[in-house]
Design a protein around this ligand. Sequence first.
Ligand code: PLP
Length: 283
Amino acid sequence: RIIHLDGAFVPAADARVSVMDRGFLFADGIYEVSAVLDGRLVDNDAHLARLDRSLEAIGIPNPHTPADWARLQLELVRRNGLVEGVVYIQVTRGAAERDFAPAPDLAPTVVMFTQAKTIVDAPVQARGARVVTRPDLRWARRDIKSVGLLAQVMAKREAAAAGASEVFMVEDGLVTEGGSSTAFIITSQGAVVTRPLSNAVLPGITRLAVMRLAADEGLTLEERAIRVDETYEAEEVFFTSASNFVVPVVSIDGRNIGDGCPGPRTKRLMALYVGLARAGTGS
Ligand code: PLP
């Protein structure tokens, strides 16, 4: 496996980061994940724009232009022979003597790697995902794709222990988002509902693409917060992410959604998104 570290492509065993790196000591960094399908990046321009926004929000200079990022990503995809999966990018503020306030001139640490993964024909597409709800224990700037993911790790451990593959995080009786995804419901009136963008959620790249596809299909879109009890009663429930595209949810907290099988509109949105990805938008 070949890793990209600070401008070099090196075997994984040789990719070393300082223990004084602020990513390690403070989770002082951000990350981004783009899907790869047929060896090509999916919706990558939008992911790189969000990467830039996350860096800007925490005051780390973006070490590359979008064109340079894309070149590095594709080189990594090529070197690893990746056909389907994801490219992970992480940028931390860099290594320095431990001090909460960072020196202004640190050199960011850039790590990139690929992960092979079946997305389109993943078993969860046919089977559907079981979801549990848990309190959202995260901080107040969830719009930043921070590497500080402890709350999600805790929630995902609980989900796994409950036999679920995703968790919907809940605040004030309302679903914020999935542990690593955007939550959607389709109501009995046929409306596709997801939470509006704010500091409470990550602006999902797949979310936006799927909303556009739903609108093209003539479905009604509603951007509003979703109550937990609404999810139980919904016609269909799904979640979206770069690493899974559109995943049908068949149960929440042990209650079947609809007839307990992946819903037809969810399957249609997945098929449309796969079509979009194969058509090679992005880079
Ligand atoms: N929300 C959270 C908390 C996430 O971690 C992710 C992806 O990892 C998403 C939403 C989905 O975002 P995207 O579609 O850009 O992958």
